[in-house]
Ligand binder design. Structure first.
Ligand code: GZL
Ligand code: ZN
Length: 370
């Protein structure tokens, strides 16, 4: 009895929270954790309690998890713990796939190691979990293990990033549009430079990650439109602060005429700022170098508010509710969306007006959910 209530409650809470943010397709327009409608959810729960009391199953006949009310077991193979964004994403999954919500979460932090991540997925298959979520470190190399999961009858959700694999091998892909994020960065730079020259250094994310590939492709789509721009170099900082600092230090040794640094996440930007501080290079709205970053985490937007980062492109890490919604729909035998695009927006430093980005204020920063 209790178990059935727990599973159905999860459904109600997830449905209410998705209603708050316009449902699966709409995805959150802001980064606020989707606002559930507590009254409705409580009311539903009250009805639910009677319903479930009335429907107490006569016996514990073997049924699918949804019918029997068993806890839903989910294996989550997470990229790692490389960045503040990742920490927020992990916390969101742990908060959403909680025992209180009717789930049993098996969580593996793959520490940015492909072999560890593949082994984690095979471990979930052996454990016979009900569902597997994968935030793929790299896009390549997934067909074999996805086929193994499908042969074992375990539905797979690809989350945060994407894979180069046969789409029939997984249920859905949930995440931000990385190419659009890269184009957003390029289009903002064009608006900001207004025809002025740009000597650009790029600090990319982890090699082979769809976030890296997409942001690079999108940004280069815009670079191609500007003959007055030149990308001097583009190397991976592995989405870490140490990586950003290391790459920036090497750039400072090799290049003296750059005026734009694009960091493919906030932690790399912090490292790049440390390196430029050490070399006496100024950056931000009052400096010689324009910094563009991605993620729009709290600290990234604090630096943007402080004028140190000129533009920060958001990629909302609060995505677990969409994965839970897909699982609830699969449990209920309902149709699901093959893809959920989590909406992004851009933020710029005070003093910068932009047709495509929000100018940072303390109020904007205080209103952020991560
Ligand atoms: C983006 C995500 C990226 C973030 C980084 O969806 O995959 O990985 O931009 C994180 O901060 O490391
Ligand atoms: Zn131009």
């Amino acid at each position: 009895m209790k178990k059935k209530l727990a599973v159905l409650l999860a459904g109600t809470m997830v449905m209410a929270s998705l209603v708050g943010c316009g449902g699966n397709d709409a995805a959150p327009a802001t980064n606020d954790a989707p606002a559930a409608e507590p009254a409705a959810a409580e009311e539903d729960t009250a009805e639910l309690e009677e319903e479930v009391e009335a429907e107490a199953p006569a016996d514990d006949a073997e049924e699918a998890p949804a019918a029997s009310g068993d806890v839903i077991s989910v294996g989550f193979a997470q990229v790692g713990h490389e960045s503040d964004w990742r920490a927020a994403n992990t916390q969101n999954y742990q908060d959403t796939f909680s025992a209180a919500n009717g789930y049993e979460l098996a969580f593996v932090d793959a520490d940015n190691d492909n072999a560890v991540q593949l082994e984690a997925v095979r471990g979930f298959i052996q454990q016979e979990v009900d569902y597997i979520c994968i935030a793929p470190i790299e896009t390549a190399g997934w067909d074999t293990v996805l086929q193994e999961a499908q042969d074992a009858g375990i539905p797979v959700l690809i989350v945060d990033r994407s894979v180069d694999a046969d789409p029939s091998l997984y249920e859905t892909q949930i995440g931000c549009d990385m190419i659009a994020e890269g184009e957003m960065a390029g289009n903002w730079l064009a608006e900001y430079l207004d025809g002025a020259e740009a000597k650009i250094l790029s600090i990319e994310g982890s090699v082979g990650a769809s976030a890296t590939l997409g942001r690079t492709e999108g940004f280069n789509n815009i670079v191609a439109q500007h003959s007055e721009w030149e990308v001097l170099d583009s190397q991976s900082g592995d989405f870490t602060q140490a990586g950003g600092q290391e790459v920036m230090e090497s750039y400072i040794k090799s290049y003296s005429d750059f005026n734009v640094v694009v960091c493919q996440n906030d932690n790399e930007a912090y490292g790049a700022m440390d390196a430029m501080d050490a070399a006496g290079i100024t950056y931000g709205v009052d400096g010689d170098v324009i910094i563009i970053s991605y993620d729009a985490t709290h600290d990234g937007l604090q630096y943007t508010l402080d004028g140190k980062i000129n533009c920060d492109i958001e990629c909302n890490p609060l995505q677990a509710e969409f994965a839970a919604d897909v699982i609830q729909k699969l449990q209920a035998g309902q149709a699901i969306d093959a893809q959920t695009i989590v909406k992004d927006q851009a933020f710029v430093a005070p003093g910068i007006t932009s047709s495509m980005a929000t100018t940072m204020t303390q109020e904007v920063l205080d209103g952020r959910a991560y």
